[in-house]
Ligand binder design. Structure first.
Ligand code: FE2
Length: 433
């Protein structure tokens, strides 16, 4: 006897008419016309059923703080860092926790059930670390929150950062962060990558560094990150986030760099919403697009995940934590409007992001957690096109969020017309996906 049977699902890989059987919070079986009794059943009417969205790069300690203590008038990275520096000493345990919890509600409602968040350890009080570790425990039944110890003001550049970061790891933060391009010199950046990778190796932790988030083509800390990963045998456990300097690098150098990244089995994590607005600010025209080389890395066999990075914080006043918005921005900024490229960007906010976070039991195979999102779309491309309504979000086989289907009604010339912007809504002779 199954606990739940979902009928008539379309899957992200293109299969249609699929049943999904759930037992004990996990997928028991998935395929056409499954038999067996079930306590509950529901028919999803051919809509897309996807594993949940995953955000592998976020700053949940800063989220929803927009306007405190003041607005970012220039919209620049540097003004954002200054504002954040003013806000940090005033943070309280409850404030951090309340904002982060609210963001997780928003995220879950949008079908995202896992976030890897960097948490700033530059404040010696470590108020945010404590608050987020507590929140992580409290929400673990419905949300996976993974934390990165992030020395926002530099590992060597800020006095005390080394000790703060170690204390955060002692408290239970499970990923080692870094920001080599923000250290005082290139050499300090290189040393910080080495020291932080060695720290992760000693403690058996993952690594995720803000790496080369700059327009300077000579910012090449990703090369060191790949080297140290290979040297220390950390393959598959290290992510390089942002990597925007690669956008501006010489093509010949990149042709040498990409095989080194692949050899180290690094994950690249791009943040298109933020980098399209933050990068290229010193350019006149033409202005650089502020995105790493996603297509080229995918072609090289390097897994590329996408992160949201910010929602309503000192750096970015926009956002609702919708990973479909992230994927859609990557499609646009990265010239990735080919069908296979768009499909790859959907994977970047689902399966690839889950792999970067090493989430256990993620996916649509038998044995995986029954964590599922039903979207008002027929396929991943349509989901991105209309940022489809998340009709139901399931965690361990239970519905934890639901939304009414999007529908607008027009009354024109006495006749009523309904539109929902989906492919089903096209006139019959054009209805071919
Ligand atoms: Fe970031």
């Amino acid at each position: 006897m199954h606990d739940l049977m979902i009928h008539n699902a379309s899957l992200p890989d293109g299969r249609t008419g699929i049943d999904i059987a759930v037992r004990g919070g996990r997928i028991a079986d998935i395929g056409h016309q499954l038999g067996g009794k079930s306590v509950r059943t529901f028919d999803v009417d051919g809509w897309l059923v996807s594993p949940p969205f995953v955000d592998p790069h976020f700053h949940i300690d800063a989220t929803l703080s927009r306007g405190r203590p003041r607005e970012n008038l220039s919209g620049t990275l540097l003004e954002g860092i200054t504002i954040w520096g003013e806000l940090v000493p005033t943070l309280t345990h409850d404030d951090v926790k309340d904002r982060a919890r609210r963001l997780c509600y928003w995220s879950a409602a949008k079908g995202c059930l896992a976030i890897r968040s960097h948490v700033d350890v530059s404040d010696p009080r470590l108020v945010a670390v404590e608050a987020l570790l507590e929140l992580r425990r409290e929400i673990s039944s419905w949300f996976d929150l993974q934390l990165v110890a992030f020395p926002q003001n530099g590992y060597y550049r800020q006095p005390g950062a080394i000790e703060n970061l170690e204390r955060a790891l002692d408290m239970g933060v499970e990923v080692v962060g870094g920001i080599p391009h923000f250290e005082r010199t290139m050499d300090d950046g290189t040393r910080s990558v080495r020291a932080l990778c060695e720290l992760a190796e000693r403690r058996g932790l993952l690594v995720d560094m803000h790496c080369d988030e700059t327009d300077d083509p000579m910012s090449r800390h990703i090369e060191t990150l790949a080297y140290e990963t290979t040297r220390l045998g950390l393959n598959g456990r290290v992510s390089g986030s942002h990597l925007t300097s690669m956008h501006s690098m010489d093509n010949y150098y990149v042709s040498k760099l990409l095989p080194l990244i692949r050899e180290a089995e690094l994950f690249a994590i791009a943040n298109p919403l933020i980098n399209i607005t933050i990068q290229g600010r010193h350019d006149t025209y033409p202005k650089r697009r502020g995105l790493t080389r996603i297509r080229e890395m995918l072609a090289e066999g390097i897994p590329v995940a996408l992160g949201h990075d910010c929602v309503m914080d000192p750096w970015y006043a926009l956002g609702s934590h919708d990973m479909l918005e992230v994927a859609k921005m990557a499609v646009h900024v990265g010239h990735m409007t080919g069908v296979d490229d768009m499909q790859a960007m959907y994977e970047s906010v689902t399966t690839t992001a889950a792999a970067a976070m090493r989430l256990e039991g993620y996916g649509l195979e038998p044995g995986c957690h029954a964590d599922l999102v039903v979207l008002q779309a027929s396929n991943p491309i349509e989901a991105m096109r209309i940022q489809a309504t998340r009709l139901q979000v399931l965690r361990r086989g239970e519905i934890i969020a639901s939304s009414r289907p999007a529908e607008s009604r027009l009354c024109i010339g006495g006749a009523e017309v309904s539109v929902d912007f989906t492919e089903r809504n096209r006139p019959a002779d054009a209805d071919q996906s």
